[in-house]
Design a protein around this ligand. Structure first.
Ligand SMILES: [Zn+2]
Length: 110
């Protein structure tokens, strides 16, 4: 095939044109262990923004990258549910503490 920028002949497998340096096609996302760990940690600690890398991985052609995307979606969902559960527990504790400050038979509105 030919580079669409400088028309030099390049191989189909090239991601960059060796003559003009322009991007020929997007490089596949890395699926190394460290990269995966980083994406999963991001999805866990910053819900719901983990959905952004998740969709990037789901759009990839390689099966391994799509699995990474799927796992990232699952972690995002789990992390969201966990955050909701944690805040409902927190509200419960706060309201119990506030209620304990007042005697039950205290008449606030005589
Ligand atoms: Zn070129």
């Amino acid at each position: 095939m030919n580079c669409s920028f400088c028309q030099s002949q390049v191989l189909d497998t090239f991601y960059f044109c060796p003559f003009c340096g322009k991007v020929l096609k997007d490089k596949p996302l890395s699926t190394t262990f460290l990269k995966q760990a980083g994406v999963y940690a991001f999805a866990f600690f910053f819900p719901p923004f983990g959905i952004i890398p998740a969709f990037k991985y789901l759009k990839q052609n390689s099966e391994q990258a799509r699995i990474v995307g799927l796992i990232t979606v699952l972690i995002t969902v789990f992390s969201l549910l966990f955050a909701v559960w944690l805040s409902s527990e927190f509200i419960e504790i706060v309201s119990t503490t506030i209620n304990a400050q007042f005697p039950k038979d205290l008449n606030l509105y005589p």
